[in-house]
Ligand binder design. Structure first.
Ligand SMILES: [Zn+2]
Length: 102
């Protein structure tokens, strides 16, 4: 079962909506809505998020090999983008410290 992230400081679970909104602020430190402590996305979670766009070219493969119309391919992309947007908060993991990416 996928879970929304929990604060590394107070262990309270962040709601999907709140995490989703914070995702698009692109700030390094996200203050926890419960305890106010600054939270950072873990290195592990950031690496996973970086890999997500790799999925897109892979969607093309079955469609191109079966000669499906571009319109269906376009629809698949829309569905995948929506799926990613909905799934984003589930990829987040929080840490009290800002880890270097690599
Ligand atoms: Zn907290």
């Amino acid at each position: 079962m996928m879970k929304t992230p929990t604060c590394a400081n107070c262990q309270k679970q962040w709601s999907w909506k709140m995490t989703w909104k914070k995702t698009f602020t692109f700030k390094k430190a996200i203050p926890c809505p419960f305890c106010g402590e600054k939270q950072y996305i873990t290195k592990n979670a950031r690496q996973k998020l970086c890999l997500l766009p790799v999925i897109f070219p892979l969607i093309n493969v079955p469609f191109l090999s079966f000669g499906v119309d571009n319109i269906y391919l376009g629809m698949m992309y829309v569905v995948c983008i929506l799926g990613l947007a909905i799934g984003m908060p589930y990829f987040y993991e929080l840490s009290n410290e800002n880890e270097p990416l690599w």
